[in-house]
Design a protein around this ligand. Structure first.
Ligand SMILES: *Cc1c(COP(=O)(O)O)cnc(C)c1O
Length: 371
């Protein structure tokens, strides 16, 4: 293909599907023909395999990533009057996951790796602090060893939002295993993506496991016997079956993403950009490759790239504390200059399963030619 005809999307979900198309189609037909569509063997089997992959005893499939956080915090008793320490630089769903239960976010600035700056946590701990919610944004693991130390020192619950970091490791430990519970999304764009909405909780606690299994199904331990008031948040058989197929290739897929990231890091040589750094001991899974565009040039760069048919994304243009959804968090309580600066600078480059070398070098060439 000629370069002048090339068009690069920021993401191409069809490419990932085509990598194993026959297997997905076989599994979809198998489930459709089975007559079991909710809470059957496909879910059970996916939950077992995903728990084993992450390295926890249990996994409970739920309807989406937001629900995994909402259910986990609810069942751990995080609610009205409780404060949760969390990175200000995250997707709004992280925070919605516990503010929907009535808990209050305590927003902390990120470090240069885009995740919570652990040096700023201790001074924000009060007698209302109940939990720390760690987020592994863009597939970069947060500083979990330090965070776990703080959680233990102050006897706080530790939860992880792993929605962007399936398989990422910190000091050889897989994210999702550091605290009480790991929360995952399988939204189609995630590293482990379903073909619709899906999510999961992983834990080593048998009590939390049993309660979550009931809670996602109206609180039912046995059909029509309800232990506690629950909700409907189930992962269906079709998605579970397709996720089992995708899980087999997750490591391979993360390796491919790493190759793309290494290529960007090696070949982008334009001083107008800051490229992502890797924390010592971290093995990121490159959900996004996020650069910082310096000197207030992001908009101009986006227009320049669009003219060359390269589409990029911004994760995220408005941090949660400035969102209309959180008007009640008064800006005077939130001095978050670095979070706000990042929201003006960050840019996610095209990166997806099945991206060709030619596509990537076209993006690199245009980035390097930007003046
Ligand atoms: C995607 C995402 C979620 C929410 O997942 P859904 O499945 O869309 O509900 C939560 N946190 C982060 C960091 C995410 O990227």
């Amino acid at each position: 293909m000629q370069h002048n005809q090339m068009e690069i999307q920021c993401n191409r979900l069809d490419r990932g599907y085509h990598q194993h198309q026959a297997e997905y189609e076989r599994k979809a037909l198998e489930v459709l023909r089975s007559g079991n569509y909710i809470l059957g063997n496909e879910l059970k089997s996916f939950e077992e395999k995903f728990a084993e992959y992450v390295g926890t005893k249990y996994c409970v499939g739920v309807a989406c990533g937001l629900d995994s956080i909402r259910i986990a915090t609810h069942l751990l008793g995080v609610g009205v009057g409780d404060e949760v320490i969390v990175s200000a630089n995250t997707y709004i769903a992280t925070i919605l996951g516990f503010t929907l239960n009535g808990a209050t976010p305590v927003l902390i600035e990120p470090d240069q790796y885009y995740n919570i700056d652990t040096a700023q946590i201790e001074k924000r701990i009060t007698n209302k602090t109940k939990a720390i919610m760690a987020v592994h944004l863009y597939g970069q693991p947060a500083d979990m060893l330090e965070i776990r130390k703080i959680a233990q020192k102050y006897d706080l619950l530790l939860l992880e939002d792993c929605a962007q970091a399936h398989g990422a490791k910190m000091n050889k430990e897989t994210v999702g295993t550091f605290g009480e519970v790991g929360c995952f999304s399988f939204y189609p764009t995630k590293n482990l993506g379903a073909f619709g909405d899906a999510g999961a909780i992983v834990t080593n606690s048998p009590e939390l496991y049993e309660r979550a299994r009931c809670y996602r199904n109206y609180g039912s331990a046995k059909q029509y016997y309800f232990r506690e008031p629950g909700i409907n948040s189930r992962l269906d058989e079709l998605q579970a079956g397709l996720l089992s197929v995708r899980l087999k290739y997750l490591d391979e897929c993360n390796k491919e993403r790493m190759m793309f990231a290494q290529r960007y890091t090696k070949y982008i040589n334009n001083g107008r950009f800051l490229l992502p750094e890797i924390r010592k001991g971290a093995e990121p899974v490159w959900h996004q490759y996020v650069i910082r565009v310096l000197g207030g040039q992001r908009e101009r760069l986006q227009a320049y790239l669009a003219k060359r048919r390269i589409h990029v994304a911004i994760h995220y243009p408005i941090p949660p504390h400035l969102s209309d959804a959180y008007k009640e968090i008064s800006p005077s309580k939130c001095l978050l200059p670095f979070t706000e600066q990042l929201s003006r600078e960050v840019l996610s480059l095209p990166l997806y399963a099945g991206m060709t070398e030619e596509e990537q070098f076209y993006v690199i060439e245009k980035l390097n030619q930007f003046e």
